[in-house]
Design a protein around this ligand. Structure first.
Ligand SMILES: [Fe+2]
Ligand SMILES: [Fe+2]
Length: 176
């Protein structure tokens, strides 16, 4: 086994966190779809798939490293939202929490001189930078538009689709 028992346990926990994030995005996407916000719904269904992919990356890594995959119980997502802003704010908070979780895994890999896991985690570090910045940007757009101008948000999301399903900060602003 290439990873320690402790690291194996920690990654199993993260598999649960990524699946939980995926379910939360499904719940948010379904809420947007029910509100006829189809662009936001599409974006969040995509996000849900990305989180599932993150969970699967961890699953495959554990197997490859000779560990044991044990998927923990996943907390139920929040399914009702008073506003689009509330749902996007929850998404941003979730991405920040996941960033902390990934940071803790990196710290464990460093303290145990586990360079295999440390190297594997660098993809997630880059991914979290993108996820947090893209969600921060979406929240700003939602706040600027206000709940009465959600079609502006829809248009914005539609225009930025295809960039890994995310909204990037760099190189924007002048076109807004
Ligand atoms: Fe993730
Ligand atoms: Fe994410």
């Amino acid at each position: 086994m290439l990873i320690s028992k402790k690291m194996n346990v920690a990654i199993n926990e993260q598999i649960g966190n990524e699946f939980a994030a995926s379910l939360q995005y499904v719940a948010i996407a379904a809420h947007f779809a029910a509100e006829s916000l189809t662009e936001l719904a599409t974006k969040f269904y995509q996000q849900a798939e990305e989180e599932r992919d993150h969970a699967m990356r961890f699953v495959k890594f554990v197997v490859e490293a000779g560990g044991r995959v044990e998927i923990p119980a996943v907390v139920a997502p929040k399914s009702t939202f008073k506003s689009v802003e509330e749902a996007v704010k929850l998404s941003l908070d979730q991405e920040k929490t996941v960033t902390e979780q990934v940071n803790r895994l990196v710290e464990l890999s460093i303290s145990s001189s586990d360079h295999i896991t440390r190297n594997f985690l660098s993809w997630f570090i880059r991914e979290q930078l993108e996820e947090v910045s893209s969600m921060e940007n979406l929240l700003k757009v939602v706040q600027r538009a206000g709940e009465n101008n959600l079609l502006y948000v829809e248009e914005y999301v539609a225009r930025h689709r295809g960039r890994l399903g995310s909204v990037r900060i760099s190189g924007e602003g002048s076109s807004e």
